[in-house]
Design a protein around this ligand. Structure first.
Ligand code: FE2
Ligand code: FE2
Length: 287
C-alpha cells in the first residue's frame, strides 16, 4: 500500500552495536536486527525510509561495517544514517561510500519527502557523550535558514536532554546542548528531534519541541533514576537482556506521531480475519 503525497512513515532503528561479540563471531545483535527488519516488513503501510541513529557497530571496525552492509541488503527503501560514539567515520565511509558528509561530518539534509530530515553528527572520538562543534552548529543554522517554512525532523545519536539515567545521560547545560538550543531558537520549522544512545524509549520536552529516544537493537539500559556515585558501586543493574525495539514516526501532513515498538518472539494471537473482524467493528471509533 502506498503512502499518500503529504504523509510519510519513518522507521527508526538505533544502537545496533554490530560486532559486539567480536570479529568472526555470530553476533546476537545481528539476529535482533533481522527480527526487527522482518517485523517492520509485516507492516501493511511500508515505511518511506529507514533511519538508523548511530552506534551502528560496536567498535568502529571495517569488519563490523561490512557485516552491517550485508545485513541491510534486503532493505528495499532508502536508508539514512547518523553516527554514534561507537562509530568510526572513516571506516563507515569506506564501506558506505555513498553516504553524504559535509565539512567532514556525517550530517546532511534530505529533501525527498514532505517532512524534511536533517541528520546531525554528534560523534566526538574517544568520548562517550555527544558534541556539536561550531562548524556543525553553523551548518545546521545555514540549512534551516535555506527552507524556513519546511517542516523538519532532526535525527542524531545523542539525545540533547538530561534523561535521568545518571551514568548514561547528558546534562541540560552541556555547552553543545546550549549551542543547539541557540540555533533552534532562530528557527520554528523543526517539529521533532529523535535520537538513540540511551538504549530505551524516552520522551521529553526540549524548549518548545519534543525529543524521542528510540529503543535499541542491542541490550537495554536498565531503568534506574537514582543518582549514581562512580566510585561507590551499589549493585544496581546497568544493562538488561531485552527484546529489540524500533520506532515508527508517522507524519500526517501536519503533525508527527511517534510510536515505540518492541519486537518479541511471539506470534500474533488474534488477527483481523473474518473470525475476528467483530473486534475491530466494536472497538473502532469508540463504539
Ligand atoms: Fe549504544
Ligand atoms: Fe551511544
Amino acid at each position: 500500500m502506498m503512502n499518500d503525497q503529504n504523509r510519510m512513515i519513518i522507521a527508526q532503528i538505533t544502537d545496533l552495536h554490530i560486532g559486539f561479540e567480536g570479529e568472526g563471531e555470530i553476533c546476537q545483535n545481528s539476529g535482533k536486527l533481522q527480527s526487527v527488519l522482518r517485523n517492520i516488513d509485516t507492516q501493511i503501510l511500508k515505511p518511506d525510509v529507514l533511519l538508523i541513529t548511530g552506534d551502528l557497530v560496536e567498535s568502529g571496525s571495517h569488519w563490523a561495517y561490512s557485516q552491517l552492509r550485508d545485513q541491510l541488503r534486503g532493505v528495499d527503501y532508502p536508508i539514512l544514517w547518523a553516527v554514534g560514539n561507537h562509530d568510526n567515520r572513516d571506516a563507515f565511509a569506506e564501506i558506505f561510500p555513498d553516504a553524504e558528509f559535509n565539512a567532514g561530518f556525517l550530517q546532511y539534509a534530505v529533501e525527498d519527502w514532505p517532512l524534511r530530515i536533517i541528520t546531525l553528527d554528534t560523534l566526538r572520538p574517544e568520548y562517550h557523550g555527544g558534541y556539536l562543534c561550531e562548524t556543525r552548529l553553523k551548518w545546521l543554522d545555514q540549512k534551516l535558514s535555506e527552507r524556513p517554512s519546511q517542516p523538519t525532523l532532526i535525527a542524531m545519536h545523542h539525545p540533547p536532554i538530561d534523561t535521568g539515567i545518571a551514568w548514561m545521560t547528558e546534562r541540560d547545560d552541556a555547552p553543545w546542548i546550549l549551542g543547539l538550543k541557540a540555533v533552534l531558537k532562530k528557527h520554528d520549522q523543526v517539529v521533532h528531534i529523535t535520537a538513540g544512545h540511551i538504549h530505551r524509549s524516552i520522551f521529553r520536552k526540549f524548549d518548545n519541541l519534543t525529543v524521542s529516544v528510540c529503543p535499541a537493537i542491542a541490550p537495554e539500559v536498565s531503568l534506574e533514576l537514582a543518582p549514581i556515585d562512580p566510585n561507590l558501586p551499589d549493585n544496581r543493574p546497568l544493562l538488561n537482556t531485552s527484546f529489540p525495539g524500533y520506532c515508527l514516526h508517522h507524519w500526517n501532513g501536519d503533525t508527527l506521531t511517534t510510536h515505540a515498538a518492541t519486537v518479541t518472539a511471539g506470534e500474533a494471537i488474534v488477527k483481523h480475519d473474518s473470525d475476528h473482524a467483530f473486534i475491530v467493528q466494536h472497538t473502532m471509533h469508540g463504539k
